[in-house]
Every structure is written in structure tokens, then in C-alpha cells.
Design a protein around this ligand. Sequence first.
Ligand SMILES: Nc1ncnc2c1ncn2[C@@H]1O[C@H](COP(=O)(O)OP(=O)(O)OP(=O)(O)O)[C@@H](O)[C@H]1O
Ligand SMILES: [Mg+2]
Length: 286
Amino acid sequence: MTTPCEKAAILVEALPYIRDFYGRTVVVKYGGSAMADCRLRKAVMEDIVLMRYVGMHPIVVHGGGPNITRMLKRLGISTRFVDGLRITDEETMEVVEMVLVGKINKDIVAGLNDMGGLAVGLSGKDGMLIRADHMSGKEHLGFVGQVREINTGVLETITEKGYIPVISPIGAGNHGQSFNINADHVASALATALKADKLVLLTDVPGILAVPDDVSSRISRLRASEVESYIDCGIISGGMIPKVECCVEALQGGVNRTHILDGRIPHSILLEIFTDEGIGSMVVNG
Ligand SMILES: Nc1ncnc2c1ncn2[C@@H]1O[C@H](COP(=O)(O)OP(=O)(O)OP(=O)(O)O)[C@@H](O)[C@H]1O
Ligand SMILES: [Mg+2]
């Protein structure tokens, strides 16, 4: 049992970190693969609400790959990936939007509200937050999109009033068309547009692994200049590719720090922000 005095000491230990991050924007991308366990989800929700109450501005972007795949299966729609991107025809796009905006987004909003935060769910269509186009060179994959422009207006209005925005990675195309965008890309574009201090990508692995499947091979710091060679030699593959690319993009866009953390470790966000524990992988300039 922690004594009251020990509790006070722990809180005071966090003071320098709280002071440093007061008023700063932190974009947290919550990956679909790390969302399955509800006890761990609760810990993620607690971390985000705590960040808000100590004066930070957390912005949540979520994925949802596994849930989309499950729903497509239930509906008898087959799904295929090319280079980690889901082939998204019109019918698939409809399901992607329904699952992300209607289900996952609102589950996260409700989870944050339960913890005493006030969250507001948005898709990229709300307030024209995310304008999107077909991903260049990938038109054959259907409605796979890329961010064309971020309109931060709606987010500024919401965060000023103390709400926590929760964003589904759906882009608004012309004439009401929806685009399916990788949530990592949305998170880095938002972090850049909002001049965020930090980008945190929560996923279902301990970080970037030098030997796939060997959890003891975590790379704690990866330099941006090393990323390409890691991808070329196949060490970084699949869903990890957009993550590291997005960290590099965010760093180039002026974001100070980018992290890939294990969303399955309880309170990994707090460990990263409020302690000197070196958890996950950090992608750094250089
Ligand atoms: N070098 C690597 N180190 C760690 N994971 C890797 C590596 N290369 C590939 N991966 C894969 O990347 C996956 C994480 O990306 P994935 O897209 O599956 O999850 P996510 O982005 O967290 O969720 P979502 O796509 O639903 O938002 C890991 O589960 C792992 O299989
Ligand atoms: Mg992914």
C-alpha cells in the first residue's frame, strides 16, 4: 500500500514534467490492434483524461483495422491488402466509415467521458477537418486517401472549451466522397498542422523491433536518416512502415518528439510523459 506521504512525493516528482507540458498539444494515435482488451483501454482513457486535467491538450486519432476486417467478414465482403493498404471499393468504404465513425469513435468518446473527460468525436468531414484525395499512384486501390489539407479551425474551437477531440481517419473528398486514410498519416498531418509538441503512436508491439517477433530486440532510438534502410532491408514492414514514415514527416514538420509505444502496457503514455523510463521507440532527427 502506498502511504499518503508517498503519494504526495510521487505527485511532486511529476511536477517538472507537468510544468514542461502545460498548455502543449500532444497527438495520440490509438491503433486498432491495441484496443481489444477493455482493462487496457481503460488505462489509455485514464492517461488521456489525466493529461487534459493537468493542462495539456490531447488530440486523439484512432485506427480500427481489426474491427473493420471483422465487420466485413460478418457482412460477407472479402478484404485484401496491398503493401499494408486495404483495397477499398465503394462497398468497403461504406463499412470502413460506419465502423470507424459510428462504432470505434463513439466507444472512445464514451470511454473518455466515463473517466470524467469531455470528448467530442469528429470525422475528417466535420468542419472540413481533413480534405483528402486519392493516394497518388494508388488509385487502383479505390478510395484509399491521402491528406490534402488540414483545417484546424474546428479543433481549436473544441480544445479552447476544454473538450478532447477524438478523430476518425476519414477524409473528405469532393462532392461528399469519403476516403479511407491510414490513421498514422492523419495523426502526423494533424500534429504538424497543430504544431504539436509530441506525437505518440500507440500500437500492439513494444516498439520498433530489430528482429521481428523478438520482443527483446526493441530499438529505443531510431534516427530519421536510418528509416529508409530499415524499410529497404525488410526489418520494418507492414503496419510499422506508415508509423515510422509518419514520425519522420512529423519531425520535418516541426513536431519536437515522436514515439511509438506499446498500447498494451498499462499507462504507457504516462510512463513516457511523466517519467524518465525509456519505453517504446523514439524516432529522432538526424
Ligand atoms: N520492425 C517491426 N517492429 C515492430 N512491429 C513491426 C515491425 N515490422 C512490422 N511490424 C508490424 O506492425 C504492426 C503494427 O501495425 P498495425 O497497422 O498492425 O497496427 P496499428 O497501426 O497499431 O493499428 P491500426 O492500423 O488498426 O490503426 C505490428 O503488429 C507488427 O506486426
Ligand atoms: Mg496501422
